[in-house]
Ligand binder design. Sequence first.
Ligand code: ATP
Ligand code: MG
Length: 390
Amino acid sequence: MKEIILAKYGEIALKGLNKNTFEDVLIKNIKRRLSDLEGVKYHSAQSTLYVETAPEDTDTALERLKKVFGIAKLCKAAVSEKDFEDISKVAILYAEDALSEAKTFKVDAKRADKHFPMTSPEIMRELGGRLLSSYPHLEVDVHNPDVTVTVEIREENAYIHAKKIDGAGGMPVGSSGRALLLLSGGLDSPVAGYMMAKRGVHISAIHFEAPPYTSERARMKVERLAVKMAEYCGMINFMCVPFTEIQEKIREHCPEELFTIIMRRIMMEVAQRLAVQKDLSALVTGESIAQVASQTMAAMVCTDAVCRMPVFRPCIGMDKIEIIEIARKIGTYDISIEPYEDCCTVFTPRHPKTKPVLADVEAAQALYDFEPLIQKAVEETKAYTLHAEK
Ligand code: ATP
Ligand code: MG
């Protein structure tokens, strides 16, 4: 039996006059995600994209589409001739899996082709009757059925589906601007990137490394995280900043209890300069309030004082357990818990200040002229693109 995939748009279906722009972004993202599959055909109508792949690629395509933001629901649908006898034959076969587990059902019919000789209520009634005779254990429940068998009569064919699955929801990536995620190897920042991408923000990622204190394998772990995130975020422009010299100078010249906060302020400074160069309009971090000493409100006041663009922290109000739940869902958890060192943990003070005062931090940072090193770090940053695995 020939099958296609129906991808139903989510929120963008409600966007009024701007809908076409959102839809264009979504369709482009979908095509990009399936670009290695041969001969895929697309057709869009009434807030649904009809995706026809080679039969052996349908399941692969469906798995990938589950991670494309902007799609609310997905289903596989059987293709039938636009002839009621064929429709009922296909429906009886195709809905078997769903109906044999169900107690109640209803039929829904949508008729885009008004030339079809039966009206929608007629299709529902007739097909309901045929399904009842084939599956006598069932009862009809029009209000709250276990399964809805839907028939869509379109220009070219009729489509029948019975099992909808949830899509990723959200807005198409790229429809809400571009931001730069500070990506460590930990649990939180990949989740933060996912949450922003879910609202349509295209994510680039910046990682600070401190060789030889941090290893090449630690950086490769972060790259693997970005590759994993790209299944949801689309391709990720990745930047890797050499941070060793700056960290060594902080250690030599600044009070130990303020190491972390000064380091974080300089990270933000480097990140926003690169963001401006790359035309990205906000920073994103994985911070969650009170999680560690550098994530108190007082500390965030001190880091944000150097920022000239918005800093989004989508994990700010989340517990670790909630963050872990998302990390597992998006597949970053297993990578994040691999025990590699991060540049942040290389020079951790024994007693970090939990309530740093901005004036003190500024005075401490002024003990050394970091500007030339900041410029050098920006210049020596390596940038490359990472794609989701196919
Ligand atoms: P994560 O789980 O994301 O590592 P965390 O709880 O370990 O977060 P911190 O180490 O205090 O928290 O880092 C806070 C945030 O700073 C991170 O979420 C991330 O956005 C950013 N960050 C930390 N280390 C790095 C790094 N080496 N490169 C880029 N960003 C970093
Ligand atoms: Mg960390």
